[in-house]
Design a protein around this ligand. Structure first.
Ligand code: ADP
Length: 304
């Protein structure tokens, strides 16, 4: 399957060494449809339907939020289908999708843009958020809570009636294209102890709560994605369910749908089920010898 979703890994844009100071005397330039390179945007178009099995009413709910251009937050544990869902919806709505995987080094400039230097002097390079706002794309900020606080504040004006983005260094105010939508993902369980989004940020979004899919749905996903027979997928899903019960009893997070798909993929490629489960489900999730034993025993209950 072709996924045309390009990913702006945060920090990949070279660092600016020469950022001209803003001319204090100049007026702010306001642009409603500033130019962007269609060739650049076309790489963010999703041409083939990304496989996505709906879990409940989320397709209609996303469509309604998009129709009203409401900023959307996808809440849920890692690996439960949030990214695939956005890819599917961008394809359904015929919008380019610009994805940014945020991390603790992600700054506002990584999203908005910066001046770069070449042989001809300095030039401005739009960041992924600015590009999406200009081009009318869906911008998906994955794990935005990881980014630095200035990043989160920078997106605020895009989430309310202003729908604008201030490029302070360039002295420009970009008014988002009418088709632009902002989507963020957020893992509440994981972040609670470490970082959290401020209520003033959360309240700017409508939210869809994601969980691991119901067993029959997850079985079909594992069958499709891992290309394994139904019986194998059922066992993997049952193992996943038991592992999820250990969350909070020594496991920080339960086994994700992604992990089950990985186990199925290895089995589909000829790895014995016990070894595949060890590689994909047991070893990546814990380093504690007792927990590893317990998890291997869970697997032994289903595969020999
Ligand atoms: P997240 O963004 O929540 O971390 P992903 O969207 O990357 O998780 O999901 C991980 C994998 O799980 C996907 O690549 C896909 O194979 C599978 N998956 C999870 N939920 C679904 C679903 N509802 N339909 C199809 N595939 C799914």
């Amino acid at each position: 399957m072709l996924h045309a979703t390009a990913d702006f890994a945060a920090g990949r844009v070279p660092d600016a060494t020469a950022e001209p100071a803003m001319d204090a005397g100049s007026t702010l330039r306001s642009t409603s449809a500033a130019s962007f390179d269609p060739a650049v945007v076309s790489q963010y178009r999703i041409t083939d339907e990304p496989y996505y099995l709906p879990v409940r009413d989320e397709l209609a709910q996303f469509e309604a939020a998009y129709a009203a251009r409401l900023p959307l937050m996808l809440k849920g544990p890692t690996g439960c289908g949030k990214t695939r869902f956005v890819e599917h919806m961008a394809w359904r709505l015929g919008r380019p999708l610009v994805t940014v995987s945020c991390n603790e080094d992600t700054t506002a400039s990584d999203l908005i843009g910066r001046f770069l230097l070449d042989a001809n002097g300095t030039y401005w390079q739009d960041g992924p958020l600015t590009l999406a706002a200009r081009a009318g794309a869906i911008c998906y900020l994955d794990e935005v809570v990881e980014a630095r606080q200035d990043t989160v504040v920078a997106i605020h004006p895009l989430t309310d009636a202003r729908r604008s983005l201030s490029l302070d260094r360039k002295n420009e105010l970009v008014h988002a294209h009418p088709d632009f939508q902002l989507v963020i993902s957020y893992n509440p369980g994981y972040q609670r102890m470490l970082k959290d989004l401020k209520p003033s940020t959360k309240q700017r979004f409508v939210a869809l709560d994601f969980h691991y899919p119901a067993p029959e749905v997850e079985r079909d996903i594992v069958m499709h994605e891992g290309r394994v027979p139904r019986g194998v997928a059922e066992k993997l899903v049952a193992i996943g369910g038991k592992m999820r019960n250990l969350k909070g009893h020594g496991l920080e997070e339960g086994a994700s749908t992604r992990m089950l798909v990985y186990a199925a993929t290895l089995i589909g490629r000829g790895i014995a089920p016990l070894a595949a489960c060890s590689m994909a489900l047991v070893q990546p999730i814990s380093d504690d010898p007792d927990m590893l034993d317990a998890l291997e025993n869970v697997v032994l209950g289903f595969f020999e």
